[in-house]
Design a protein around this ligand. Sequence first.
Ligand code: UN1
Length: 494
Amino acid sequence: MAEGYRNYIGGKWVPASSGETFESRNPANRDEVLGTFPRSMPEDVDAAAGAAKDAYLDWMRTPVPERADYLLRVGLLLEQRKEELSELMTREMGKTLKESRGDVQEGIDFAYYMAGEGRRFFGHTVPSELRDKFSMTIRHPIGVVGLITPWNFPIAIPLWKIAPAIVSGCASIFKPAEDTPLLATLLVQVFEEVGLPPGVLNLVHGYGEEAGEPLVQHPDVRAISFTGSLEVGRHINEMCGRLMKRCSLELGSKNVLIVMPDAELDLAVEASAWGAFATSGQRCTATSRLVVHDDVRSEFTDKLLQRVKGMKVGNGLEPDVELAPVINEKQKQRVLEYIEIGQKEGAKLLTGGQELTGDGYDKGNFLAPTVFDEMTPEMRIAQEEIFGPVTGIIRTNDIDEAIRIANSTNYGLSAAIYTHDISNVFKAVRELEFGLVYVNAPTIGAEVQIPFGGMKSTGNGHREAGPQALDEFTEWKAVSVDFSGKVQKAQGID
Ligand code: UN1
């Protein structure tokens, strides 16, 4: 019997009011159940919102460095548990052990980074035009917030939201993806262990329609931070728009790596392979388009094919596996559909394109690494986020055209260019419509002190990580103190 886990509401572990549960299964071996989790409904969200509301006032009055210190202790505990968590992460969502370690490390790094912000949390002092009057800006917590996270980074992305919410003085309700409830539970247990006051962080498991949507709509929830698909993000944005709620969205993308004739081809090939196939392409920063200059296209393609064909596909716990399974059966089917669409559109399948069956594969969601050639910028496979191990080559013969192609989607998260030509570099830096631009580095692997987010439909202008992370969870309050003993009127009125 798989272990039964619970929601965490007001400092207590409780089942869903319906008593119903759902399972979390290993994508490399569907027979392995990692646990059962409460299938929460609006009543559970309501209970969590009540607990958060009750905790809020005392929490917002707690000194910021004291709030942030919890994160330091969370980081230390995560460090101690890094191996255990990484292994469970690979079993719960599939990615390779190396990458799971990277995920936990990204969470640790950000916990420490935000712990430091607690001793800054700066505002500005602002001069007044009047005598004996003092003005300043301070950050004010938004209040109770809802955090809805995806399954591809089960520790890092929740921490990208939880950590700044804590420093900011918000009380949170965390609704993790239904594919990775175990890692979410283990993360919340760490916050419990370091003694975070009850109600400051609440955990509600369940499905989007049953638990996520009531969270977005709950009248006491003042802001939503969501990472996930464009489709769901659009729906959340619409709901928040009507309800006049702050919402920050981190959605899909169609990231690009440009290869110019002077590029160091071996590096460009390795960056493409890593960017396209790490986490089986299930990163919002994954390299799903390769825009390659005609002068080096055939050499680049040969080298890439050689690299990709040598990739071992299998269970992410095995040390030499490079390509792990995709998250679930539904996602596997979706990727296969896109591969069919690509072929119908006239792209040429160079390698992959099929699911893997046979020994070691039959119980999991395994796909071969897939590379298309002769992809053109307007094809659906060049425009729509696939979120799987699929990439394609688009030809170009000039830097301006390459940038135009790169910019020709509705998304704009991560772009890379391989070149040593200083003019190409600065053109790309100036003109790429992407929130992250990499020169001679892959599109994946953002660091926590750097603001993370995209342009166009990738988001709605917010940034996670970096010092900007605090902007998601705070309002600016302008405070003015008049110590003149008079009623002074600004703008020269006497
Ligand atoms: C995501 O896929 O939503 O830059 C985040 C990267 C990681 C984060 C990806 N640090 O690839």
